[in-house]
Design a protein around this ligand. Structure first.
Ligand code: COA
Length: 181
């Protein structure tokens, strides 16, 4: 599986698929459906910088050369001044028909490796809903540490939901990853 999953830059044709996949409860997933959102911003962003920005970005997840989801990263400055304490936060969505096959795990492994390789930031964090067992398993299998519960932080589906905060540090990733040949 791992050899067939890759990250690549988003292109025009991907936008229609992302729109059709993530604009409903089943497509977005139970813990990622917040109602309809303005997808015009996807086209605007692609035209602006191809989703490769200094403070955030996104890549397509390709499986056997087809887009099957998207990974995003953005800057979190919650913990201090932006110029000294910024860390990455990551997010992912796999199209419904491709879930449960290991693609989400491989895609997030590739993203973590990409971010630590190409940017000097020290910490990558992720938040996920307390109900999202699949994402918790992914993060734990990649070596993320559960730091705590952010209580009733997210409004979704007519109720407030707890979020779990995870992190992975550069040294931990370097210690866990085999050296490149
Ligand atoms: C969460 C998500 C990224 C996981 O990716 P995936 O490709 O479906 O997951 P994988 O096949 O790599 O499986 C990862 C682990 O979750 C487990 N898992 C998969 N689907 C599951 C489910 N529905 N319920 C419980 N566990 C599940 C797998 O058994 C595996 O665990 P293991 O490593 O202990 O065997 C994907 O399901 C998804 O995009 N969901 C909708 C959007 C979303 O929730 N994004 C995350 C936002 S924080």
């Amino acid at each position: 599986m791992a050899g067939e999953v890759a990250l690549r830059k988003l292109v025009d044709a991907d936008i229609v698929k992302i729109e059709s996949q993530f604009q409903c409860l089943e497509g977005a997933g139970e813990s990622q459906w917040f109602g309809f959102w303005n997808t015009a911003k996807l086209r605007a962003r692609l035209a602006q910088d191809q989703f490769i920005g200094a403070q955030d970005g996104a890549l397509a997840i390709a499986f056997q050369d087809e887009i099957v989801g998207k990974v995003d990263w953005f800057t979190s400055t919650t913990w201090g001044r932006a110029n000294t304490s910024a860390c990455w936060e990551i997010a992912v969505g796999i199209f419904a028909d491709y879930r449960g096959q290991g693609i989400g795990t491989t895609a997030q492994r590739l993203l973590v490796d990409y971010l630590f390789t190409h940017y000097p930031r020290h910490r990558i964090q992720a938040t996920t809903a307390a109900e999202n067992i699949a994402e918790q398993r992914v993060l734990e299998s990649l070596g993320f540490t559960l730091e705590g519960t952010v209580r009733q932080a997210q409004w979704r589906g007519g109720a407030w939901h707890d979020q779990l905060l995870y992190s992975l540090l550069r040294d931990e990733w370097a210690a866990a990853e085999p050296a490149a040949p």
